[in-house]
Write a protein of this length. Structure first.
Length: 72
């Protein structure tokens, strides 16, 4: 079992948008959060994770993410 704290920065391109949309400040976001990782040795070192993140910027986004097989 592991716990983690993270900061994640990124941007996105809307469907059908231009490639230059990826570098526009209005499309960028900064998130922080915490999570738990469980590595199951018997199932080929499978990684189960649950993270909760929230936005540090002006976009009011937050939520829980569940993942399988990802260290990061």
């Amino acid at each position: 079992m592991q716990s983690n704290l993270f900061i994640d920065a990124g941007s996105w391109q809307d469907p059908g948008g231009r490639l230059s949309d990826l570098v526009e400040f209005s499309n960028s976001a900064l998130f922080t959060g915490a999570g738990i990782r469980f590595i199951h040795r018997r199932i080929f070192n499978a990684v189960f994770r649950i993270d909760y993140g929230f936005s540090l910027g002006s976009k009011p986004n937050s939520g829980i993410v569940f993942g399988i097989g990802q260290y990061f």
